[in-house]
Design a protein around this ligand. Structure first.
Ligand code: FES
Length: 102
């Protein structure tokens, strides 16, 4: 694991997420309406949809394909059909720069 600068906070609208690539791996950077930044895998653990193409409701992202929900703070599943949690990454925000420990 190593800290990587992956995005700028100003690029991620509050209440949404953006997809970034880290070593070719899709990672979701989430900016909650409360102003917190979190990082998870972007790929749904159910059938591999891109989670950043769905919505963010509070701290929960909603898969656009079949509606599974995950807590972006912990990766925990909040609604079926997914059963496997999302991988999460430690986040550090330094000014406008978002770093993740990947
Ligand atoms: S691909 Fe996400 S719920 Fe099925």
């Amino acid at each position: 694991m190593a800290w990587r600068k992956v995005a700028r906070r100003s690029e991620v609208p509050a209440g949404q997420g953006i997809k970034v690539e880290v070593d070719g791996h899709p990672v979701a950077i989430w900016h909650t309406a409360a102003g917190e930044i979190y990082a998870t895998d972007d790929t749904c653990t159910h059938a591999r949809a891109s989670l950043t193409e769905g919505g963010l409701e509070g701290n929960v992202c909603v898969c656009p394909r079949h509606g599974a929900r995950f807590d972006v703070r912990t990766g925990a599943v909040r609604a079926l059909p997914a059963v496997v949690p999302l991988r999460t990454y430690p986040v550090r925000v330094d000014g406008d720069d978002i770093w993740i420990d990947y």
